[in-house]
Write a protein that binds this ligand. Sequence first.
Ligand SMILES: Nc1ncnc2c1ncn2[C@@H]1O[C@H](COP(=O)(O)OP(=O)(O)O)[C@@H](O)[C@H]1O
Ligand SMILES: [Mg+2]
Length: 256
Amino acid sequence: MSEKMQAAEEKETAGAAEARLLDMRDVSKIYEIGQVQVRALDGVSLVFQSGELVVVLGPSGSGKTTLLNVVGGLDRPTAGTIRYGGTDITSLSDGDLGRFRRDHIGFVFQFFNLIPTLTARENVEFAADLVSHDSRQTEERARELLKLVGLEERADHFPSGLSGGEQQRVAIARAMAKDPDILLCDEPTGNLDFRTGRQILGLLQMLTSEQGKTCILVTHNTAIAAVGTRAVRLRDGRVQSDEGNASPLPASQIEW
Ligand SMILES: Nc1ncnc2c1ncn2[C@@H]1O[C@H](COP(=O)(O)OP(=O)(O)O)[C@@H](O)[C@H]1O
Ligand SMILES: [Mg+2]
């Protein structure tokens, strides 16, 4: 076993001992537009553990993106606390919150958001370089990750020369570049046909079950709940239900 793998395994064991990775308590987010207040999140309390693939379901406007944004430190809640291990990220300064986000959170978006002037490899290296400035290390990390997502042979293609599914796989490799504890995925299959969507969901299943990542996937597509280890339903910014799924369906078998 390589030193790197051993280190990863030790990290996972430590993660298991401290499974309560993320703890949201009474989190609310109110947007004010002129005199109008929009309660995008309304007293949400959720605990996320290492290795979970949590599918957060809700219709458009139910607060899914807001949930990811406050958990990922892209936005601050109006009230409540969000703890990672011992740190309440709501009390961090802007600079510390930015560093926290850079080092610990991987984002995956519906429209991939790759940098169009960089190749697949360079997109991943660019993200890896934010955390380590050792160019040999970032090159190796990018190569490993593109292999993990099955795109070694496309490494030198620009996003415009890749299919939607391939672009999303690059985006997942990019999100993994910093070896984050958490992947936050906002409608990751929303712009893909269902066959390609299955591959993306399979990749997320692998990253949670084999690498111990925690994935929070938000979607309006209720069929996707079947592949998760847990389903949370949001409505009008509130948690309607929160249910474990003891036997997630392999993504290759999902129909929608
Ligand atoms: N930046 C913002 N400013 C004002 N209102 C917002 C903003 N972001 C989201 N909202 C409102 O908050 C509610 C939840 O939005 P959102 O989290 O994007 O829902 P979803 O992702 O489930 O479609 C909606 O009513 C939306 O219009
Ligand atoms: Mg949304």
